[in-house]
Ligand binder design. Structure first.
Ligand code: BDR
Ligand code: CA
Length: 303
């Protein structure tokens, strides 16, 4: 069983990724931590509570950073709705949060764990950067950091930058250059990780979980239901932990631009022309059919 902490900003594709991760028997989600991203931290934290309540999970939840390290915060509510999970009527949650800041709670969990833990980040990297900087000892106990972020094709915020990296490029740069094993899923692959209209329609009949996800997906603007399909960016990280051969990877050097109009852009030195050093394992391709079948199978299991 793989032990993971998920740092998240739910977010509709986050909610779908959490749905699969929390219910898969081969994963042990040790903790969820929230960060400002798709919507502000109050909303992302409430949304994480609602997902945990929906599945009646006792997974500890900690609230993280409300703002990026250095730059001003901009949300993505145009894709995920004002609250970040518009579309389904979740009951209000009375769930208690862990008492400390997410960065402290992550540090405590990681240092106390007997086995190494994998950190999965599906929002901006603010919490992860603070964790590695404030408590560098945790590096000895982290197996790998699996990131949804970046793009080595076109961006989804401007011509080149992907949202999670654009929100906090300084944090992303710190994590990517941390020296830890980093596996990163950018838009090159995640924009091909799509569900089409007929897939979304089939989900509707898959019990209460299917109904919940169907309601969220029909309010999600990450892609287009009629044409390219809906992009399940964040699910790629969870799929990788369970079925890694659905993806192809290339080890390379990846740099994050932190200033000027290019801030938030990720550049991959795929041909090794700049340096022979390699700091990431970059996802470069996806078997789209296998991915789609796997997602639908995971959701069907929860019927
Ligand atoms: C990423 O940004 C968010 O809108 C999604 O949840 C995903 O993590 C895609 O760029
Ligand atoms: Ca996300």
């Amino acid at each position: 069983m793989k032990r993971i902490i998920i740092d998240t900003d739910p977010g509709i594709d986050d909610a779908a990724a959490l749905t699969i991760a929390l219910n898969n028997q081969e994963l042990k989600v040790e903790m969820l931590t929230t960060v400002a991203g798709n919507v502000n931290l109050d909303y992302t934290t409430e949304n994480a509570k609602k997902i945990l309540d929906f599945f009646d999970k006792a997974t500890p939840l900690a609230r993280g950073n409300a703002l990026p390290l250095l730059q001003e915060y901009e949300d993505a509510s145009q894709f995920h709705g004002e609250t970040g999970m518009n579309g389904y009527d979740f009951p209000e949650s009375s769930r208690q949060l862990l008492p400390e800041h997410a960065v402290v709670e992550m540090k405590n969990k990681i240092l106390a764990a007997e086995e190494k833990i994998t950190l999965v980040t599906i929002g901006p990297l603010t919490n992860a950067a603070l964790l590695l900087t404030m408590y560098p000892k945790v590096k000895e106990k982290i197996e790998e950091i699996v990131i949804m972020g970046g793009s080595t094709v076109a961006g989804n915020t401007n011509s080149s930058a992907e949202f999670n990296i654009k929100v906090d490029p300084h944090a992303a740069q710190m994590v990517i250059n941390s020296g830890l094993p980093i596996t990163i899923f950018g838009l090159r692959v995640t924009s091909k990780a799509v569900l089409h209209k007929k897939d979304i329609e089939s989900i509707k009949n898959l019990g209460r979980t299917g109904e919940m996800l169907h309601s969220l997906f029909t309010h999600y603007r990450g892609g287009d239901l009629e044409t390219v399909g809906l992009m399940m960016h964040d699910i790629c990280t969870i799929c990788y932990l369970l079925e890694s051969d659905i993806f192809k990877f290339q080890e390379c050097f990846l740099e994050v631009a932190v200033e000027g109009p290019a801030a938030g852009t990720t550049v991959a030195d795929l041909a090794g022309r700049y340096t022979e050093a390699k700091n990431v394992k970059l996802a470069v391709d996806i078997d789209q059919k296998r991915f789609r079948d796997w997602v639908l199978k995971e959701i069907a299991k929860l019927k």
